[in-house]
Design a protein around this ligand. Structure first.
Ligand SMILES: [Zn+2]
Length: 192
């Protein structure tokens, strides 16, 4: 489990929630809290931070969408539990540090925690069950024919089969003996 990925997922989810709140209020102006009045950026932030009175159904949709997307990105179900909690802690830390508001006591954190947890887990499970396709497989499905030698996975550095020198890229020719690496390595098991 990648700690850096969990942290960035937590951070990105908060930004994504913010963006989806704005998008939702543009797409459905009458369903949300927009009501024709201009809403400042700070208002959206206050809604996410649960410090301002909010149309809770609207906020939940935004949270659900964002954490679903991030759940599919993070894939790992264990990480999908950790990063919503981490993003909630980040909100709390911000409020305590900057606004001197104790969110656990001043507002109801229940919708944020449960929604983000459930949807990030759903996203992670969907992505885990889905068969993974490489970029090349998708291209082939689209009718693009690819030389199998290009699709072959090569772990660097490779060793030149002729002179034995280390090569730090998947170059076509050896830089020392000019051996044709395309035919010697990449195309070898593909019967070209
Ligand atoms: Zn060589």
């Amino acid at each position: 489990m990648n700690k850096g990925k969990i942290f960035s997922a937590a951070f990105l989810s908060l930004i994504l929630t913010f963006v989806s709140l704005i998008l939702l209020s543009i797409i459905f102006p009458s369903c949300g809290f927009y009501r024709g009045e201009p809403v400042t950026v700070w208002k959206f932030i206050e809604w996410i931070l649960l410090t301002e009175e909010v149309n809770i159904a609207f906020l939940i949709v935004a949270i659900a969408l964002s954490y679903l997307v991030m759940g599919t990105w993070i894939r790992d179900p264990k990480a999908a539990i950790l990063y919503p909690l981490l993003s909630f802690l980040m909100i709390c830390a911000y409020l305590v540090y900057k606004e001197k508001v104790y969110v656990l006591f001043s507002s109801n954190p229940f919708p944020f925690i449960t929604t983000s947890l459930i949807f990030s887990l759903i996203g992670a499970f969907i992505e885990e069950k889905r068969p993974k396709k490489t970029f090349f497989q998708k291209l082939e499905e689209g009718g693009v024919r690819i030389d199998p030698a290009y699709v072959k996975k090569v772990s660097l550095p490779i060793e030149c089969p002729r002179c034995g020198v280390k090569i730090y890229s998947n170059a076509r020719y050896c830089w020392r003996c000019l051996a044709d690496l395309y035919h010697l390595i990449y195309a070898k098991n593909n019967k070209l």
